[in-house]
Design a binder for this molecule. Structure first.
Ligand code: UT7
Length: 325
């Protein structure tokens, strides 16, 4: 029996009130609303207070996804959580989510680390599990408290990122029942020769610290534009479709200019792009599921719509998932 992985539902969560660009200036950061908006499209971000952990955001997003799917936590048989900011070095944040949600003990639950491409990697992995018959109903989560990695003295990075989580319930359906719905293809890539361009300056094995985020912004930008153009082309060619077949581009939200460039390459008007960067900033692995949640909740993304999800991040890693909702 051929299996299709269907996105049954989407959930999302961001902590507290938005912190605007003006708020950052008030907090003493040498920046301006004008600079941040012009260069990135970011207007605000959410910053989790110290007592709110990545798992709390993941749990909140997952609860919404479960509610929307109308299923209970004990019907989940796989949890994959993408994060760069786990609660603890170990165990995986996914197991805390498993216990807190009341999922069955014994189901597999693990984290994936692919930075901003994390959700695309997690979704592709869950899809492979379902298609291999290893699981039937998965929670796939992207969750971050990325602001914990920020050096607030470095204005070139600290204004860019935010915290949040998004989640989907992914369910295995026989192809006949799925019709055209489900994950159609996934394309994952990495190139470790660029490891130093976007990284933390610490790590467990290196210096027993989490470290702070550092980025060569211009080089990351240049590669993002190129690699994303390549991977969206690869996706279309793989399915032998043209970009006008797409209903929505649901991109990782790192920079509005990068997103506009990808949309232009595809010949897609910005009306067909889900943009959340203005209010969320870059939430790393959480940004795509949060954008998907926004698209679904606002009634723009409907059942049957063809969506192209794409991301690029530290590593470098990049990738895409083509899915019919
Ligand atoms: O999610 C992972 C993927 N990440 C990305 O895709 C991010 C890719 N990179 C970028 O989006 C852009 O490189 C940035 C938005 C991060 C930076 O834009 P940029 O045009 O590359 O700016 P820059 O770093 O070259 O800085 C230009 C100027 C500098 O001043 P001078 O030397 O020209 O006088 C910076 O000091 O802007 C200054 N600057 C700022 N000014 C006000 C840097 N950060 C700020 C700031 N506020 N926050």
């Amino acid at each position: 029996m051929t299996i299709r992985s269907i996105i049954r539902s989407v959930g999302g969560s961001v902590p507290g009130k938005p912190v605007t660009n003006h708020d950052l200036v008030t907090r003493g950061i040498d920046t301006s609303d004008e600079w941040i908006r012009e260069r990135t499209g970011i207007g605000a971000r959410h910053i989790a207070p110290p007592e709110v952990l990545t798992s709390d955001l993941a749990i909140a997003a997952a609860q919404i996804a479960l509610l929307r799917a109308g299923i209970s936590a004990d019907e989940i048989d796989l949890i994959i959580l993408a994060t760069t900011t786990p609660d603890l070095t170990f165990p995986a944040t996914a197991v805390r989510v498993q216990a807190a949600l009341g999922c069955l003990p014994g189901i597999p639950a693990f984290d994936i680390q692919a930075v901003c491409s994390g959700f695309v990697y997690a979704l592709a992995t869950a899809d492979a599990y379902l298609k291999a018959g290893l699981a039937h109903r998965a929670l796939v989560i992207g969750a971050e408290t990325l602001t914990r990695l920020l050096n607030w003295e470095d204005r070139s990075t600290c204004v860019l990122f935010g915290d949040g989580a998004g989640a989907v319930v992914l369910e295995a359906w026989p192809e006949e029942a799925a019709g055209k719905r489900g994950i159609i293809s996934a394309h994952l890539h990495a190139d470790g020769t660029h490891i130093d361009r976007l990284k933390t300056d610490g790590g467990v094995s290196t210096n027993q610290k989490a470290g702070f985020l550092t980025m060569d912004g211009k080089e990351v930008y240049r590669h993002a534009v190129n690699k994303l153009a390549e991977v969206v082309e690869e996706t279309l060619q793989n399915q032998n479709i043209k970009s006008d077949a797409l209903d929505w581009l649901v991109p990782h939200q790192a920079n509005a200019r990068i997103i506009e460039h990808t949309a232009k390459k595809l010949g897609m008007p910005m009306e067909k792009v889900i943009l959340t960067i203005e209010k969320h900033g870059n939430t790393s692995a959480a940004s795509i599921p949060l954008a998907l949640y926004e698209g679904v909740e606002t009634g723009r993304i409907k059942s049957g719509h063809l969506c192209l999800l794409e991301a690029m991040g530290g590593g470098f890693t990049w990738g895409s998932v083509l899915v019919r909702m």
